[in-house]
Design a protein around this ligand. Sequence first.
Ligand SMILES: Cc1cc2nc3c(=O)[nH]c(=O)nc-3n(C[C@H](O)[C@H](O)[C@H](O)COP(=O)(O)OP(=O)(O)OC[C@H]3O[C@@H](n4cnc5c(N)ncnc54)[C@H](O)[C@@H]3O)c2cc1C
Length: 400
Amino acid sequence: MTEGIVTNFDLTEEQQQVQGTIRDFVKQVVAPKAQHLDETAEFPVDTFKGLAELGFLGLSIPEEAGGSGFDTLSYILVVEELARACASTSLGYAAHISLGTTPIYLFGTPAQREKYVPQLCKGVDDNGNLTLGCFGLTEPGAGSDAGGTKTRAEKKSDHWLVNGRKAWITNPHYSKTCIFTARTNANPAQGKGITAFIAELGTPGFRVEPKEDKLGMRSSDTAQLVFEDMKLPLDAVAGGPEQVDVGFPKFMKTLAGGRISIGALGLGIAQGAYDKALEYARQRKQFGKPIGEFQGVSFMLADMAMEIAAARHLVYDSARQRDAGRDFALTASMGKLYASEVAMKTCTNAIQVLGGVGYTREYDVERMMRDAKLCEIGEGTSEVQRLVIARSILGDLRDK
Ligand SMILES: Cc1cc2nc3c(=O)[nH]c(=O)nc-3n(C[C@H](O)[C@H](O)[C@H](O)COP(=O)(O)OP(=O)(O)OC[C@H]3O[C@@H](n4cnc5c(N)ncnc54)[C@H](O)[C@@H]3O)c2cc1C
């Protein structure tokens, strides 16, 4: 009998250690409160402090920059295992690492890296407050069309003056820094006229709106950011002054990495729902036998197992491509798209396997289904992933 994860990925000893550690942590800390967090929409501050103690808040950032120096696949294993029990926790974790921290590490000047990255990796300050990172790209009028940024930064003699609004930002109430985009148009001949800035939460003129009330991912912190005459020092441009107007590609690269994380998030949710359906199909009896003996039920489980295995191959492969220094954008989009859709389908069918109880709040598959829907929207909707994949395989046909 094959239990749980059915495929062998020849994880290294280090990766297996990370996986073992996070599984224990999830069992003891994350899983017992997942339902409660969904009901109350409370942010799991203590869980994040626990992740900080494990050194997992800077897991995939190199040691010399203040992180723990593990590879992308190790980090992906953590996102997956967290999502298997509590996708809201996993979303906040993934957004902190791949969106809030990694772009400052990758694209910041040496001074910016030194100033921000070690504290982001530590995750908690001396007063015991969380110091997560957030990433502000989306705006009320610029979602899939992220280049339609309206937030403006004007260069003054000794500072930047920023005005605008960002929407759907993950983690801002618990963040220390935000890397965000603003239109600068200092030199329209260059790039898209969009610059990446790093701002500290608490800067005058930088306000975080109350948390959004969402269908799923309820305990994850999502809010709008408002910039009203926010003054930033001239050295707040991510990567330094020569990066003015050319910040947009950095954000697109960051999203490509983030898509591996959302793929892992979908994968974890799917695995979690499948685990519940499998267990239920073995013990629930109707017509005098376990419902798993009915072909209608067993075929649903067979499809779930196969699709989860296929999603895992795509997601782990994109992490390995990134670790090998290869171009991983196409595989990451494929993994994100496929794992998100597998998560949604698996959760819907897991509810079907559980019947009436699956439709109640007492069993967590309905929470998982609500959480899974986010994977088809965040970091580029499923339609946007299909556009990215189609462009990549067809090339640019406009001049042909
Ligand atoms: C819980 C949550 C957390 C998030 N966290 C962050 C974050 O931390 N940072 C951040 O910057 N953003 C974040 N986002 C924003 C997220 O990335 C956007 O919601 C997403 O990119 C879609 O943008 P939109 O919501 O404006 O939808 P729209 O772009 O308005 O899309 C609406 C519909 O139109 C479709 N559509 C749009 N353009 C096309 C096209 N060209 N072809 C076909 N279909 C199209 C879309 O696929 C979708 O179905 C988050 C969102 C959520 C819900």
